[in-house]
Design a protein around this ligand. Structure first.
Ligand SMILES: NC(=O)c1ccc[n+]([C@@H]2O[C@H](COP(=O)([O-])OP(=O)(O)OC[C@H]3O[C@@H](n4cnc5c(N)ncnc54)[C@H](O)[C@@H]3O)[C@@H](O)[C@H]2O)c1
Length: 413
């Protein structure tokens, strides 16, 4: 007998993707079960404290109080759901190849509790074929005998944490399903949450489109990072060049240089693409080259900062401002600032950091902005950093964010 109820959604993984999806679904009238394998996170969420910046404690508390949202580590709760979405991390392993351990584990854990006629959707980013070749065989082999029909689709998440404009509701959602009925159900589901759902012909098209979107960003960031180094060597301000090129109304899109790329997506997803290419006997040369250029940026930034220090100072004191991978979030996953710090230290620098949104980073705690330094590097322009106090003190700053260019003592990347 099926235990599933209409308009009950189970979301596996309550992180940057899963929790905002949960609140968007609650807003659209769904009752949501948020499953997460990390007990401490479940306790935090059920205590009304949001672990992600895009969801306020108040929003979470209202949903919990109304009884339309609950987090749990107990997978059996998914038996009540008519739709299950998988939103777990898809990182790289030590060989920089796709690590689908958590995705396989999520698929394995839901399988005994999938009811008949449930729609299972993967939102996690992965290479084409992940839904068809990995998730579906796991679920079909482990599902209960009376769950005769299970529907499957891929709908890669496009959320941009910290973005005040684009969110789950107003960002069109790609939907590619395994068959017509799965597609019909998946489109109905996403149309109930998002303003627009865009159907594509297969899960593989949706999976590949997600990789293309993020690889597009990776290669354009790499292009501008390389271009910055060329301009800087010739004494040209790259930001003025980008602004000038942006006056062209078609065929150009501005990207800005920086310390590198970070977060769960841009440094990782393109490597799913390069790996997938290799599996198919091909080589994604252009993407691999872009990855190398971005990976070399922390060293370039460190060398630029060290060149600003009086050469008589053997162990310069360097303050890094902003360590999260982008402004407005406390997310330090894959932040290129780790490489920057390590390289500076290897050159003998005494390095400290400040970030109002990051209380602890790789075992170290932040210093205050008045920490006495020879040079400061503005790596991520976090809200809440009073940089004027450094400028007034006459501290030299290497601005990697183009936020305070033109101020006295400030050099642009
Ligand atoms: N963060 C982003 O900006 C973003 C944007 C688009 C897509 N994505 C993709 O979405 C997926 C999820 O990313 P995220 O940033 O939300 O990750 P996250 O680390 O913020 O959250 C994932 C959550 O899943 C939980 N989890 C891990 N394995 C689990 C399992 N087997 N069962 C239940 N819970 C499990 C973790 O405890 C964690 O709370 C990834 O594939 C990522 O590439 C992320």
């Amino acid at each position: 007998m099926s235990a599933q109820k209409p308009r009950v959604l189970a979301i596996i993984g309550q992180g940057y993707v899963g929790l905002p999806l949960a609140m968007a679904a609650v807003g659209a009238g769904w009752t949501v079960i948020g499953v997460d394998s990390f007990d401490a996170k479940v306790a935090q969420i059920n205590g009304g404290s949001s672990p992600v910046e895009d969801i306020s404690d108040a929003q979470l508390q209202v949903a919990i109080a109304k009884g339309v949202y609950k987090a749990t580590a107990d997978y059996s709760a998914v038996s009540q759901a008519s739709v299950i979405t998988i939103c777990v991390p898809t990182p790289l392993d030590e060989k920089k190849e796709p690590d689908l351990t958590l995705l396989r584990s999520a698929a394995t854990s839901i399988s005994p509790y999938v009811s008949n006629e449930t729609l299972v959707v993967s939102e996690s980013t992965s290479y084409p074929g992940t839904l068809r070749d990995i998730i579906i065989p796991i679920v079909n082999s482990l599902k209960p005998k009376d769950s005769l029909t299970v529907y499957f689709a891929s709908a890669p998440e496009r959320v941009n944490p910290g973005d005040p404009v684009w969110n789950q509701k107003n960002t069109p959602r790609l939907v590619g399903a395994i068959d017509k009925e799965s597609q019909r159900r998946a489109l109905i589901f996403y149309e109930s949450i998002c303003d627009a759902a865009v159907g594509v012909s297969s899960p593989e098209v949706a999976e590949a489109a997600k990789l293309l979107e993020n690889t597009f960003r990776l290669v354009n960031i790499a292009l501008v990072n390389e271009f910055t180094q060329l301009c800087s060597a010739s004494g040209i301000n790259v930001h003025e060049v980008i602004d000038a090129a942006s006056s062209k109304p078609y065929g150009f899109m501005p990207f800005r240089p920086g310390v590198g790329v970070g977060g769960h997506c841009i440094p990782i997803d393109p490597l799913y693409l390069t790996w997938w290419a290799r599996q198919n006997g091909a080589k994604a040369t252009f993407v691999e080259s872009a990855d190398s250029i971005n990976n070399a940026m922390p060293k370039y930034v460190a060398d630029r900062a060290l060149s600003m220090v009086d050469s008589s100072i053997k162990n310069p004191k360097i303050l890094i401002l902003g360590v999260a991978y982008k402004p407005g979030v406390g997310d330090v996953r894959e932040t290129p600032v780790s490489e920057l710090r390590d390289y500076l230290k290897a050159q003998g620098a005494d390095v400290a950091w400040h970030d109002p949104l990051v209380p602890i980073w790789e075992g170290s705690i932040p210093v205050k902005l008045d920490w006495n330094c020879d040079v400061a590097i503005l790596a991520t322009n976090q809200p809440g950093m009073n940089l004027t106090q450094l400028i007034v003190k006459g501290i030299q700053i290497l601005d990697c964010t183009n936020s305070i260019s033109g101020r006295v003592g400030v050099s642009s990347l």
